[in-house]
Design a protein around this ligand. Structure first.
Ligand code: ATP
Ligand code: MG
Length: 410
């Protein structure tokens, strides 16, 4: 099934709005076993939309358009596509009733004419009800057994419509072309992960690997024809065996999720002490719903004064070894157990740059102290990249270091 996407909207072309709908649709299709063959972004003029639909329909089995279904003068997709397909637009009282029911109780005065515009359906098309807005999507048959699907632009309207109404229709049209699975590996460079994967996959013909590198973490995606589903699972099992504890548990996309599961199971409380990450570790763990059951809190101590006052780092230690040192990281971690009574802790101190580096202590130097009351570890790192990259690598590496300690302490 050859699927092409057209995203309409001048705001996308001028960089005002990030095209997250493309990302969402591409990802959803990929997970469901279909591939988005191509995407193009066009201004919202009637001519541009009509031309794009014509050109893409010549090459695709299914063309998806996004945006321009609303009631304003720049919402021209419905008209342009109907014209291109030679389908008359017909007022649909049922669609009108659905929109009226959606608006009932919301107390939004909507002019009658704009309601009517959104209830116009090209002849032969099916309206896809919109749970989070007024304009329905439209599933339109096109000559040659092809289809054009029109979806609204706002992501909160498009996403459930795509998942619940477009994907099932797609499955009816054609079975998935590939089966896929993915897993995350933490603590090994992409090239080292790839070496293991390529070597092992030599004995699993038909399984294709792909890699997506994130700071201090790599996502490995395996894909195969549906006939090789079982072989795909065997390949995953073999790779998990080879990469050992560096593979995050199934379903975990970052080490924080694995840490959360273990802390919760063991009824342990985590605290954090952060300097160079400025609260990024606390942010990452509290992004997980339910963190209040295992995260007690975090101290962000950027200056030496605050490291002394809030984390009891001795003055002499800061003078002798400096704020960015294994000794300071260890003392910061210690305070989490002694002063804040945590069961598990993470402390980080480093030089994120771009300024502040010296020959002895260059930009990217980070010390990470993690552990439980009974067992602690301080590691030294020289992370590459800019400020953002150094901080993100610190966050992921610190959480992964604690994850490995929790695994060993099971
Ligand atoms: P509305 O009824 O809100 O006008 P619509 O179907 O006409 O919806 P547009 O007018 O094209 O859609 O876009 C509405 C809003 O949706 C835009 O302001 C933008 O914030 C968002 N949006 C549109 N396209 C995209 C996209 N590809 N990625 C992310 N957001 C988008
Ligand atoms: Mg609009």
């Amino acid at each position: 099934m050859n699927i092409h996407l057209i995203c309409t909207g001048t705001e996308l072309l001028i960089g005002h709005t990030l095209n997250t709908n493309q990302q969402f649709i591409g990802d959803c299709l990929d997970r469901a076993g279909y591939r988005l063959a191509t995407e193009r972004c066009i201004p919202d003029t009637g001519e541009a939309i009509a031309a794009a639909v014509r050109e893409e329909l010549a090459r695709a089995d299914l063309v998806i358009t996004v945006g321009g279904l609303g009631p304003t003068t720049d919402d021209l997709t419905r008209d342009a596509v109907a014209r291109e397909l030679g389908a008359r637009l017909k007022y649909d009282p049922e669609v009108h009733a659905v929109i009226t029911a959606y608006l009932a109780g919301r107390n939004v005065p909507v002019p009658a004419e704009s309601l009517r515009v959104q209830a116009m359906v090209p002849e032969g098309a099916t309206a896809l009800p919109n749970r989070n807005g007024t304009a329905p999507g439209l599933w339109c048959p096109a000559p040659g057994g092809k289809f054009v699907v029109l979806l609204p632009g706002p992501p909160r309207e498009l996403q459930p419509m795509f998942r619940d109404q477009v994907l099932p229709r797609l499955r009816e049209l054609a079975p998935p072309e590939v089966v896929r699975l993915s897993f995350a590996v933490c603590g090994r460079p992409e090239s080292a992960v790839a070496e293991v994967v390529e070597h092992e996959l030599a004995t699993f013909p038909g399984i294709e690997p792909a890699y997506c590198a994130h700071p201090a973490q790599v996502e490995v995606r395996l894909s195969a024809a549906p006939a090789f589903r079982e072989r795909l699972e065997l390949a995953r099992a073999r790779l998990t065996e080879c990469l050992g504890d560096d593979v995050l548990p199934a379903g975990c996309t970052d080490p924080a999720q694995a840490v959360a599961t273990m802390l919760l199971e063991r009824r342990l409380w985590l605290a954090t002490a952060e300097s160079c990450t400025g609260g990024g570790i606390a942010k990452t763990v509290t992004d997980l719903p339910g963190a209040s059951a295992w995260f007690c809190g975090g101290v962000v101590a950027y200056s030496n004064d605050w490291k002394e006052c809030l984390l009891d780092v001795p003055d002499h230690l800061l003078t002798d070894h400096g704020a960015v040192s294994a000794e300071t990281a260890g003392a910061m971690l210690d305070a989490l157990f002694r002063r804040y009574e945590a069961d598990a802790g993470i402390a980080v101190t480093g030089i994120a740059g771009p300024a502040g580096g010296t020959p002895d202590k260059p930009v990217g130097l980070v010390y990470i102290a993690t552990g439980l009351r009974t067992r602690q570890q301080v590691t030294r790192h020289l992370f590459p990249g800019n400020r953002d990259s150094v901080r993100q690598r610190t966050i992921t590496t610190a959480l992964n270091q604690l994850r490995l300690q929790l695994l060993q302490n099971a």
